[in-house]
Design a protein around this ligand. Structure first.
Ligand code: SF4
Ligand code: SF4
Length: 185
């Protein structure tokens, strides 16, 4: 490389650095800063009922999936009949659902069996949600599932029934479809 090429290289690199110095930072300082996934605008769906957790859901009456984030599941004890269709659906995918006996005394679930999910196996496909005919199993925007041991990845029916916490400062994200980058603020 000649002297001219060297100087050109230094100038290009410096200019690139100067340009980016004035641009807003694209990365978040996780875990103190997080994406705001509680806003139903992410992702949008005209079919999403107001106030519903922005996770993937299936409407068994209309037979359509409602797009949403595919994070940790939420189980509704008052709707689940223990039919096991979610577990049967998962058997062909990841064998992540195990029906567990927990006394809840719900009339519609006389056997007292409820799905438990092993997130060490789950591939977050959502087929168990599609398979549930009783609107009892959705996915949520909870993506914080990392753990130090495999046992902690096994969520009991009681754990699945809890709504996600998602603590910490959250940032809204805008996607720039032309540049392929996100802005947050
Ligand atoms: S989302 Fe997970 S638990 Fe449900 S069918 Fe897919 S792999 Fe199984
Ligand atoms: S969550 Fe749905 S599919 Fe699974 S056992 Fe309960 S009612 Fe059946």
């Amino acid at each position: 490389m000649g002297t001219l090429g060297y100087i050109k290289g230094v100038l290009v690199a410096t200019w690139s650095g100067v340009r980016h110095f004035f641009r807003p930072r694209m990365t978040l300082r996780y875990p103190e800063q997080k994406l705001d996934l509680e806003d139903a605008e992410y992702p949008t769906s005209p079919r999403r009922p107001a106030g519903l957790t922005p996770g993937y859901k299936y409407d068994p009456l209309q037979g359509v999936g409602i797009p949403g984030f595919k994070g940790r599941h939420i189980l509704y004890f008052e709707k689940c009949t223990g039919c096991q269709l979610c577990a049967i659906a998962c058997d062909g995918i990841a064998v992540a659902i195990d029906m567990q006996k927990v006394a809840k005394g719900k009339v519609q679930n006389k056997k007292d069996i409820w799905p438990a999910v092993d997130y060490g196996r789950c591939v977050f496909c959502g087929l168990c949600v599609d398979a549930c005919p009783f609107d009892a199993l959705y996915m949520t925007n909870d993506y914080e599932l990392s753990a130090f041991d495999k046992m902690s990845l096994k969520y009991t029916p009681d754990m699945l029934a809890l709504p996600p916490k998602l603590e910490g400062k959250k940032y809204k994200v805008e996607f720039d479809t032309e540049k392929g980058v996100a802005k947050h603020g």
